[in-house]
Design a protein around this ligand. Sequence first.
Ligand SMILES: [Zn+2]
Length: 71
Amino acid sequence: MAKTSYARVCIEVDTKCTYPDHATVVLDEKRTFKIPFEYNRKPQKCARCDIFGHNNQNCPKLKEGKEKGRG
Ligand SMILES: [Zn+2]
């Protein structure tokens, strides 16, 4: 079978998303398929602020803490 099939989907993610690289699908309770995922874009997210827009390393709160020196 020299056929390539794919589906492009638009998904909504929250800041807890771990971007899984595959999903396992079971058909007829016996045939199992592993469906790989590719992501066009993974938005930067910050676990500290719980928002998108920057990542943990570039978090403004991280700099604030260091500059003030009081944590
Ligand atoms: Zn942040």
